[in-house]
Design a protein around this ligand. Sequence first.
Ligand code: G
Ligand code: G
Ligand code: G
Ligand code: MN
Ligand code: NA
Length: 257
Amino acid sequence: FELESNLRQALANGEFEPFYQPIMDIATGRVHALEVLLRWRKPLLVGTELVLPDDFIPVLEENGMIVPVGEWVIRRACEQSMAWQRDGLPQVPLAINLSARQFMHKALVESIRRIVEETGIDPALVEFEITETALMQHGEQTLDILGQINRMGMRLSIDDFGTGYSSLAYLKRFPVRKIKIDRTFVRELVASSEDRAIVAAVMALANSLQLQVVAEGVETAEQLALLRGFGCQYVQGWLFARALDSGATGQLLLEDG
Ligand code: G
Ligand code: G
Ligand code: G
Ligand code: MN
Ligand code: NA
């Protein structure tokens, strides 16, 4: 209960803060996109503590606050992207996570439309990441909402791919551009021939469905080399950068341009 009321205050007091983790293009070595990863700068008696999503997103999903907080994240990240644009930094798409609960909320599409109008962001610079499990949960309604988002010019990715159970027939019906191979398959890539077989199979599937692939959780040069060999185009992980605050991200974009 205390956590819940702290989270309500956090939204009201502006304690949430988007961080940004680069998704790299293997071929060019440049930043391909930025995944938006929420942090909570929780005030302590002295100073603040940076709280990671696993410690508060599940609570927000449970009590429904993920709807207003999620809307705030989209708006804040789009405003930040416009600020970088005004500073003359290279334009890269934002990849924003959406929870299943945000999908069940009727106003999602309308609030996204309003944020696009009010911030002036180019919809082509916004992608949404939805987990495989969330996609499978709501069937036709999800398909309808994804279609509306797609018609606004925004792209969709499947997050944590391989950890849920997706029907391949379904995958074909969703207006999805990218899949993100879950980091659990990348972690043991060097040691595990099974994980290498899984990643190779996902790459083959992605190629035949003309989907782009991002590998998550890349921590070593050996993992990167294997992924490159499998034909993976995009990579994300601590080998390149952690999630950074907006200042450090701006600096990264400056060096990247
Ligand atoms: O860095 P990491 O600990 O940031 O994030 C853990 C998980 O929290 C992510 O995989 C993602 O699923 C979830 N998450 C992070 N930021 C957001 C957000 O802004 N909205 C939603 N819905 N989920 C997020
Ligand atoms: O939405 P999603 O669950 O995919 O969010 C990405 C999560 O993975 C975030 O919690 C982020 O901090 C984390 N992450 C990013 N890069 C790495 C990495 O190289 N290794 C590990 N273990 N986690 C990572
Ligand atoms: O330093 P920062 O507050 O961004 O890190 C957030 C959390 O993500 C840390 O608690 C840590 O567990 C994890 N993390 C971030 N970067 C790395 C990294 O390069 N290596 C490891 N092992 N963990 C990291
Ligand atoms: Mn994600
Ligand atoms: Na993921």
